[in-house]
Design a protein around this ligand. Structure first.
Ligand code: NVA
Length: 281
């Protein structure tokens, strides 16, 4: 949609739509696709794959999601926080992420917030914390931006005073089904409920989620989980998800606006310079 609304054409190459990695190396595919397209978005699994693609491609490559990082989602999250926080500076915003903090969203929120200056808390059982190297990377950025970055096991401590609570699925892409049982047991205390929202002490605190969310039984997996483990929601309940506190659909819309900005910024540098100059920048 973003490409189309900017007047560009878009071709989707699905998992079985090319020889990528099977009969043709990523390095070769990168050079073939660079001849066909002006930009390539990769949405898949390993971060190394998109980095190889970017290394060998001669056109911009956008990371649309890997197991480790989700940078374009973070741009939408930042825009949503800016809109909901009524023009407050980044340093005046505090966000807590609750759940499994080791994957794409836990990493990208920590580093993205640290870069912008948003105060960030990762709230998870210790074995699901964001890794030390990512935490150290975030601390480096926070040193420059003035953000605070913390990891804690305590929900009470983690959410106190927060303007936004963020959560994500408890089992990430690429993980086997066998981990559900253990993960549910570990993360039930970290579910975002009305009580947890209230623990922030801020009535204006908003809920964020990159979606899709398991907030009821109205999906195949949601129903299977109910049948097997007897819970009718996972990372967030309907009390929060179906309330005016939920900003996840604004966040979803902001994926469109922000990816357009990324494409324009990386594809049309001369036009951006002209536009900036025209507007006195
Ligand atoms: N964190 C989710 C994807 C978010 C769009 C996952 O890894 O499955």
């Amino acid at each position: 949609m973003g490409a189309r609304e900017q007047g560009a054409h878009c071709t989707y190459i699905g998992p079985s739509g090319s020889q990528m990695g099977r009969k043709e190396s990523m390095a070769d595919t990168a050079r073939v696709l660079s001849g066909f397209f002006d930009g390539i978005e990769y949405r898949g699994f390993g971060q190394k794959i998109v980095e190889t693609l970017a290394h060998y491609a001669s056109v911009p490559v956008w990371n649309g999601l890997t197991s480790e990082w989700h940078p374009t989602q973070f741009l939408a999250d930042a825009l949503t926080m800016r809109e909901c926080a009524g023009g407050r500076p980044w340093n005046g915003i505090t966000l807590a992420y609750l759940g499994d903090a080791r994957f794409n969203m836990g990493n990208s929120l920590m580093v993205g917030c640290a870069k912008l200056g948003i105060n960030f808390r990762s709230v998870a059982p210790k074995s699901l914390w964001t890794s030390d190297p990512v935490f150290q990377m975030a601390q480096g950025f926070a040193g420059k931006s003035g953000a605070s970055v913390a990891r804690t096991e305590s929900v009470e401590e983690g959410v106190r005073g927060c303007d936004f609570l963020y959560t994500d699925v408890w089992v990430s892409m690429g993980e086997p089904d066998e981990v559900w049982k253990e993960r549910i047991a570990m993360l039930e205390p970290y579910r975002v409920t009305g009580r947890v929202m209230d623990m922030t002490g801020k009535s204006e605190c908003r809920f964020l989620h990159c979606l899709p969310a398991f907030h009821n039984r109205k999906t195949t997996i949601g129903e299977q989980i109910y049948q097997k483990y007897g819970i009718d929601c996972m990372e967030v309940n309907d009390e929060v998800f179906e309330s005016p506190r939920n900003a996840a659909f604004l966040e979803a819309e902001n994926r469109l606006h922000t990816i357009k900005a990324v494409m324009v910024a990386t594809l049309a540098e001369e036009n951006i310079d002209e536009a900036l100059a025209r507007n006195g920048f």
